[in-house]
Design a protein around this ligand. Structure first.
Ligand SMILES: *Cc1c(COP(=O)(O)O)cnc(C)c1O
Length: 411
C-alpha cells in the first residue's frame, strides 16, 4: 500500500491484495461473481469469531455474553453466534423462532420489548424462554397465560434505571421511557412475582447504545450493578442473572476511536469481586449486538452511471437507502456523516476525484456518500460500504420503490 489513501477509510479487518479487497479469503470481484448480482451484504464469519474471542480475552471469564440478534438477524449469522455466545436476546416472536432453530437452549434465550401481545407471550412461555417483563400489566398477563398453559413462566424484570448511559448516541434508559419498569416500582413488582408464583430469573438493565467512551460504560456498569444488587434484596429468590446491557459502540466516522475494551474489562474484574461476595449465585451478562457484528460486514453495490451535474460528480449505483438506511444518514443520526467507503475492485488509483454516491430512489435522501474523495470510478466498479454488519438490511425500508431485496451471505 502506498499512503495516498486516507487511512481512516481503510478497514484493516479486510486485507487488500493486488489492489482488490479480500473478503472471507477471496477477492471481492470473485465474491461478487459467486453471489451473481449486486447489491449484496457479506458478513465474514471469521471476523465475528475473532470479535467474540477478543471480548473473552479482555473481560472476566465469568461474564456471560449474549447476542442481541436484532443487530443482525440473518439466520446463518444467528446460527454461527449460537456456537460462540452464552445466550441470545430476541425482541419479537419472529426473532425467537430464528433463535429456537439454533442449538441454543430455550432457557438461554430471552425476550425483551415493550407491548408484547398475548399471543407472543404465550408462544414464548410455551417455548420455555425467559420473558423480560416490561410492565406490571405484562406480568399479570404472563401469570394468567402460564396458568392457562400449565407452564410456569420464566421471568426477569426489565428495569428502567434512574440514570442513563452518558455519551451513548441512543439512550434507552433513565428518565421517562417506554422501556422497562421504573426502578422505584420494581420492589412492589417483585412481591407480586412471588404471589403469582412465577419462576424468577433476575434483572435486565439496559441503558443505551453505540457508546465509544470506556469511562461512560464503566460508570454505567458500576451504577447498573449497584442497582441490581439493591433490587436483588427484594427478590423472591436469588437472582440467577443480572443482564447489565451493552452499549459498546464501533467507530464509523473519521476521528472515532475504537472502544478501550481492556479498561472496561479491568473495571468489571473489580466490580465482580463485590458481586461475588454479595450475590454468590448470580451470573452477570452483557448483551451486545452491534459490537459483535458491525465491523464484520460490508455492503456492496455497483456503479451504473457517472453523472456530472454542473461540475459535481455523482456515481449512480444499484444500491441505496432502501438497503442501507444507516449509511444514508437517515437511521436516527443527528448530523449526516459519510460511512467509510472504498472502490473494492480498485482500492488505489493515481487518478482521484471527489464524488457523491447515490442510489436510484426518487428522493435526495438516497445518498450513500456526500462529496468524498476516492479513486476515480468507472462504470461497473464495486462500491464497498464498511461497518455494515449491524443495523443494515433489516433496519432499512426495503419495500420503498419495490426494488428486489439484496441477498446476504455469511462467508
Ligand atoms: C438493541 C438492543 C441491544 C443491542 O444494542 P447494540 O447497540 O446493538 O449492542 C441490547 N439490548 C436491548 C434491550 C436492545 O433493545
Amino acid at each position: 500500500m502506498n499512503n495516498i489513501y486516507p487511512k481512516h477509510l481503510l478497514m484493516t479487518q479486510f486485507p487488500i491484495h493486488d489492489n482488490c479487497l479480500q473478503v472471507g479469503g477471496m477477492p471481492l470481484t470473485q465474491l461478487a461473481q459467486r453471489v451473481g448480482a449486486t447489491p449484496f451484504y457479506a458478513y465474514d464469519r471469521q471476523l465475528i469469531t475473532e470479535r467474540v474471542t477478543l471480548l473473552r480475552t479482555c473481560l472476566p471469564p465469568e461474564i456471560r455474553l449474549h447476542y442481541s440478534m436484532k443487530a443482525n438477524p440473518m439466520p446463518a449469522v444467528v446460527q454461527h453466534m449460537s456456537g460462540l455466545v452464552d445466550g441470545i436476546d430476541v425482541a419479537s416472536v419472529g426473532e425467537m423462532q430464528v433463535a429456537l432453530n439454533t442449538p441454543m437452549p430455550p432457557n438461554l434465550i430471552s425476550f425483551a420489548g415493550p407491548g408484547k401481545g398475548r399471543n407472543e407471550l404465550s408462544c414464548a412461555i410455551a417455548a420455555g424462554i425467559i420473558l423480560n417483563m416490561e410492565s406490571e400489566q405484562e406480568m399479570e398477563c404472563v401469570a394468567n397465560l402460564g396458568q392457562y398453559l400449565g407452564i410456569c413462566p420464566k421471568v426477569a424484570v426489565r428495569v428502567n434505571p434512574n440514570f442513563e448511559l452518558r455519551s451513548s448516541s441512543v439512550k434507552m434508559g433513565g428518565g421517562s421511557r417506554q422501556f422497562g419498569v421504573d426502578s422505584e416500582r420494581v420492589p412492589a413488582m417483585l412481591t407480586r412475582i412471588d404471589e403469582l408464583g412465577l419462576d424468577f430469573e433476575g434483572f435486565h438493565i439496559f441503558s443505551g447504545s453505540q457508546s465509544l467512551k470506556a469511562e461512560a460504560i464503566q460508570e454505567s456498569h458500576e451504577k447498573t450493578l449497584q442497582l441490581g444488587m439493591r433490587l436483588a434484596q427484594d427478590a423472591p429468590s436469588p437472582a440467577r442473572l443480572i443482564n447489565i446491557g451493552g452499549g459498546f459502540g464501533v467507530p464509523y466516522f473519521p476521528g472515532d476511536q475504537a472502544l478501550d475494551l481492556m479498561s472496561i474489562g479491568e473495571n468489571l474484574y473489580r466490580l465482580l469481586k463485590n458481586i461475588k461476595q454479595q450475590l454468590p449465585e448470580t451470573k452477570i451478562a452483557l448483551e451486545l449486538g452491534r459490537y459483535f457484528v458491525a465491523e464484520a460486514g460490508i455492503y456492496v453495490c455497483r456503479v451504473l452511471e457517472r453523472k456530472i451535474s454542473r461540475g459535481k460528480v455523482f456515481l449512480l449505483t444499484d444500491g441505496g437507502l432502501h438497503h442501507h438506511l444507516a449509511a444514508s444518514g437517515n437511521f436516527g443520526q443527528v448530523i449526516r456523516k459519510n460511512y467509510p467507503v472504498v472502490l473494492g475492485n480498485r482500492v488505489e488509483g493515481t487518478e482521484r476525484e471527489t464524488v457523491s454516491i447515490v442510489g436510484r430512489l426518487c428522493t435526495p435522501l438516497d445518498l450513500l456518500i456526500d462529496e468524498m474523495e476516492m479513486t476515480k470510478a468507472q462504470i461497473g466498479d464495486l462500491i464497498v460500504v464498511f461497518q455494515s454488519g449491524a443495523y443494515g438490511l433489516t433496519s432499512s425500508p426495503t419495500a420503498f420503490l419495490n426494488h428486489p431485496i439484496p441477498p446476504e451471505i455469511l462467508i
